[in-house]
Design a protein around this ligand. Structure first.
Ligand SMILES: *Cc1c(COP(=O)(O)O)cnc(C)c1O
Length: 388
């Protein structure tokens, strides 16, 4: 029996990460492809999780999430950004940010509605919009600096017939860009003019380097009432396997996401929710050393890439640095990345995988630096084999 995958999911296939991680495993290469840390999160959090397991916190959580985690999210948004959130109707805990994004799209979009997103886009966005029957309308960020072209955003918004959502990611994966206040003000104006709901993916909110600052769109004048803010414990605490995420904002928007989330997974990860509540209460204490290490890794990797001739884009946050391989004579980074493990024992991701039109970013390569410093050092050593 041959069963075709439903048409709306057919374009998405297997992600580039699955392919490249399998390649890393097969060849024994260093994997700077998929963005996950190679060290454990803070022992305090894993101990809190173990305690919660032993204390019998092992049954369904309430749909909205366990009360201590919702309280910790509310306190975090107030402390870090001055945002006032209702702990009952203003927060929804999810199975990672991924489920929050999917729930928001399923809860907000009617079939045929359009969602505007900056591309290169995180890989789940297109699929989440498609599962909701929506249409993704990309606004392209271009190397070397990946600045937002506000005129292009305005053009896309003006030409859309049924734009309903603006799905924003800053700090931005895969470019490492942190949007400036001026860019965010431009985005806010477009949201107001076209009556868009903003859904913001802020999973790298704490992983921002010297000289840059993360500004949640919800903190801009008039935006709190139309913004659903998404984050997750995975990146902030190096616990990507826990999949504890959340969205917060005005009750009407949270209700839309909750309506879908209720029937996707209802609730899950009860002991981990308790542990994340513990971590979030002092998030900055846990994230400051992580961010310092990531910044040092970024600097080491970027200078190693520059030394062998890549044109390296600036990275202000996240796990990622993008480098243009064109100066090395590369014309197609996708095939070049597939050969790299055999050549020098290193895996990286062609940034073109994140663009709707792979011709954009054709010679760009994304390297993840959320690895131990000795791994970054070894990767830089292997990269020098590309020179000469
Ligand atoms: C990692 C990542 C996610 C997924 O977060 P989870 O909590 O693991 O589901 C979402 N958005 C971006 C931009 C990411 O990099």
């Amino acid at each position: 029996m041959s069963v075709p995958i439903a048409r709306r999911l057919r374009p998405f296939g297997t992600t580039i990460f699955t392919e490249m991680s399998a390649l890393a495993l097969r060849t024994g290469a260093i994997n700077l492809g998929q963005g996950f840390p190679d060290t454990d999160g803070p022992a305090e959090l894993t101990e809190a999780a173990a305690a919660a397991l032993r204390e019998g916190r092992n049954q369904y959580a309430p749909l909205a999430g366990v009360p201590p985690l919702r309280a910790a999210i509310v306190a975090h948004q107030r402390r870090c950004y001055g945002l006032e959130i209702d702990p009952d109707d203003g927060v929804q805990v999810t199975f990672g940010a991924t489920e929050a994004i999917a729930s928001a799209m399923l809860g907000l979009l009617e079939p045929g509605d359009e969602a505007i997103a900056l591309e290169p886009t995180y890989d789940s966005y297109g699929a989440a919009v498609a599962m909701a029957g929506g249409v993704l309308r990309p606004v392209t960020l271009r190397a070397p600096d990946f600045a937002l072209d506000l005129d292009e955003l305005r053009r896309v918004a003006a030409s859309a017939r049924r734009a309903r959502v603006l799905l924003l990611n800053s700090p931005h994966n895969p470019t490492g860009r942190v949007l400036t206040r001026a860019e965010l003000e431009g985005i806010a104006a477009v949201c107001v003019e076209h009556d868009l709901v903003a859904v913001t993916d802020e999973v790298y909110e704490h992983l921002v380097f010297e000289g840059a600052k993360h500004i949640p769109l919800a903190t801009l004048p008039g935006m709190a009432q139309r913004t659903l803010t998404i984050s997750s414990a995975g990146k902030s605490f190096s616990l990507t396997g826990w999949k504890i995420g959340w969205c917060s904002g005005p009750p009407e928007l949270v209700a839309a996401a909750r309506a879908a989330k209720q029937f996707l997974t209802f609730a899950g990860g009860t002991p981990l929710q308790h542990a994340v509540a513990h971590g979030l209460a002092e998030a900055e204490r846990h994230t400051a050393p992580l961010t310092a290490q990531l910044q040092a890794n970024r600097d080491r990797l970027a200078s190693g890439l520059e030394a062998v001739g890549f044109a390296v884009s600036p990275t202000q946050g996240t796990y990622f640095v993008n480098a243009d391989a064109a100066p090395l004579g590369v014309t197609d980074a996708a095939s070049w990345c597939r050969e790299l493990p055999q050549r020098i024992g290193l895996v990286a991701i062609p940034t073109s995988a994140f663009y709707a039109d792979p011709a954009d970013g054709r010679t760009l390569v994304r390297f993840a630096f959320c690895k131990r410093p000795e791994v970054i050092e070894e990767a830089v050593g292997r990269l020098t084999r590309l020179a000469g």
